[in-house]
Structure formats: C-alpha cells, structure tokens
Design a protein around this ligand. Structure first.
Ligand SMILES: *Cc1c(COP(=O)(O)O)cnc(C)c1O
Ligand code: SF4
Length: 339
C-alpha cells in the first residue's frame, strides 16, 4: 500500500473564503477603523464628516497591512477620510480629467486613438481618497448586459478601435459570470484585438483572483492585459504577492500604475522599493501618475518638480524597465502627457 502523504495531524487544506464575503466584511465605519488601528479620538469627528462626502471602504486584509498606532501610515492615508477634504481648493473640481466631454455613449469614454474605455461598474472594493472619479455620476451608467447595447454598437461601428479598456469603478467587482458575458460580447466585434482591465482588486482584495477569472481571460480570443494599481511597497504584502504571481503565471501581461501621493510614496526610497517589489513579482511598473486635481484631494499633491526628481533618481538605481513613465492627464490631450 502506498504511503499516504497526508499526515494524520495536518489541518485540512484551507479553502479561501469567497471574495464576495471578504468584501461584505470590509471596514465601512470610520470609528471601527480607528479602533482597529488604536488611533486617538481626535480623528473620529472629522473622519465621520468626510465619510459623508465619500464613504470609507477598506477590506480587512488591506487594513491588516497597516501599522497600528501610526496615523501617518501610508496605507491608512489612502483610505482614512480627513477633515481637510471638505475645504474647497481653487483648481480642484469634480471632473478634473474631462470625462463628461469624452462620454460617447452610456458607459463609453473615448479620448485616445485605437482605445475606448468602458465604465464597467461604479463599485470598488476600496475607496481611495484621491480617486479622480470620486464624484463620477455612476448611477447613470449601464448595469445589465442589455444596457450595454449602445456602447457595444458604438465600438462595433468604429474599426479604428483595437483595444477596449474595462475600467470603473473597478471592473473586477463584476461577478465572473457578468465579466464572461461582457468579454463574450466584445469578442464578437471583429476589429477588437485586446482587452485591458484596470483594477485595484488584486492589490486590496487578492481573493478576487480566482481560477475562473484567470480562465476567462486565458480562453478569450482577445489578448488580455491587466493593469493593477499599487502605490506603496507594503501594499504588495499579505496575499497580494501570490495573487499577482497567479496573474503573471496565467500568461497575462501585468502592469502597474501608481499615483504620486504626498505622505504615501513621495520619496525615491519608497518608489524604488515599490518598483523593485513589482518587478520581482513579474509586474512591470507602467505609469506614475501626477495627481488629478479632484475636489477633496488637494492635500495629496506633490509638485511636478519633486516628481521629476524622484524619477531621475529611480533611473540611476533601477533597470530601465523598472522605471515607470511619469505622466499626467490633461483634458483634451490625445494621450497621457509625459512630464
Ligand atoms: C488613460 C486612459 C486610457 C489609456 O491610456 P494608455 O496611455 O493607453 O494607458 C484610455 N482611455 C482613457 C479615457 C483614459 O483615461
Ligand atoms: S480603486 Fe480606483 S476607481 Fe476605485 S476608488 Fe480607488 S482609485 Fe478610484
């Protein structure tokens, strides 16, 4: 009789919880977040007020990557509502990147040659305080596959389009079934060649990277590119590293875009650690974005001069492929503008 590899005292294999359940258990109450991190009471009232402008949302696995007792924690700063968000600042608006003018059909944004972007859903697994779409009117965008008909018709009518970008919100908030339906509909459009997914879920809710998800992209006629969004090397901890590896090993091209954020990653050391950590996982640092001037996020801005300095220093430290392109989005421009 062959020897069993299972030791009688080994625990049963862990079944990871369904990502929907992990999401349902995310932290939504500012007081709870402050309690979990043992932070002083002075943050409570401003956090409650600012959360009324844009609610707090942070998955527990993400909160576990924060340092208790540190009110300046770079992960915490990305999700904690602060009193200063309420103060209007000149030059900061609700639509800093000109989304309204680029909306060609419900859910369809088209700004650049060859590519079109679908607002696949308004939902996210985390609410980043600097999000340039924090004021976007998601309620007006399509929900069911039937609602996508005008956008799909517009894509089908424009043979110059080769790539569709699923954005949001976060497109991986769709169930696997909904995603498979949407991919299936896009595959029917003969001139489309690539599908690109912009998602922060592999970082903040790595449980979302399921075998079924990988299979949807692997089995598609369209070449799949995944652009994830990590801003700090510690975000790659927990189960995030394994999720990124699964994406890479399934054959997808995986890129990262980061936003340059004051107090989060405005140092050459932090950016170098982030870029090198990504490269070690097989993820290419793609863009470092200058902050879009969205109302409520002015306290995150880093000057372009400082940003250029960081990137120049990265170039002296890292392989060329590990240095992201430093860009900003200018409404009406035909591509992201290199800085
Ligand atoms: C950023 C963006 C893209 C993608 O631009 P790339 O430079 O190809 O990454 C496409 N459409 C819209 C509307 C965008 O904002
Ligand atoms: S995950 Fe992306 S879309 Fe969602 S809040 Fe964060 S930056 Fe905005």
């Amino acid at each position: 009789m062959p020897l069993s590899h299972d030791s009688p005292i080994a625990p049963p294999p862990a079944i990871p919880p369904h990502w929907g359940r992990v999401l349902a258990e995310a932290v939504r109450d500012p007081d709870e977040l402050l309690d979990l991190l043992q932070l002083p009471d002075e943050y409570r009232e401003p956090a409650r007020r600012a959360a009324r402008l844009f609610p707090l949302l942070a998955p527990r696995g993400y909160v576990e990557r924060m340092q208790p007792g540190n009110a300046r924690d770079p992960l915490l700063l990305q999700v904690l509502p602060l009193g200063c968000e309420e103060k209007p600042v000149a030059g900061y608006s609700s639509d800093p990147v000109g989304d309204t003018d680029a909306r060609h059909a419900p859910g369809l944004l088209q700004k650049y040659a060859g590519r079109a972007l679908l607002i696949a859903t308004g939902a996210c697994a985390v609410h980043c305080r600097y999000c340039f779409r924090r004021h976007y009117p998601y309620g007006e965008e399509p929900r069911r596959l039937e609602d996508w008909a005008p956008a799909l018709a517009a894509l089908a009518a424009d043979p110059s389009l080769h790539e569709v970008i699923l954005s949001g919100g976060d497109p991986l908030m769709l169930t696997d079934a909904r995603l498979a339906d949407l991919c299936g509909a896009l595959e029917q459009i003969p001139h489309l060649r690539r599908i690109r997914v912009h998602s922060r879920l592999p970082i903040v809710l790595p449980e979302r990277v399921t075998a079924r998800l990988l299979q949807i992209f692997r089995s598609s006629r369209l070449t799949a590119v995944m652009v994830v969004h990590a801003n700090h090397p510690r975000e790659l901890g927990g189960c995030c590293a394994a999720a990124l590896r699964r994406l890479v090993q399934s054959g997808l091209t995986v890129l990262n875009q980061a936003v340059l954020l004051r107090g989060v990653n405005d140092s050459t050391d932090v950016l170098a650690d982030l870029c090198e950590g990504l490269i070690d996982l097989g993820v290419i640092p793609y863009y470092l974005h200058q902050l879009d001037r969205v109302a409520g996020a002015a306290h995150f801005e880093v000057s372009e001069e400082a940003g250029r300095q960081f990137v120049a220093e990265l170039q002296t430290r890292l392989p060329g492929y590990a240095v992201p392109k430093y860009v900003r989005e200018i409404p009406g421009a035909l591509h992201k503008t290199p800085l």
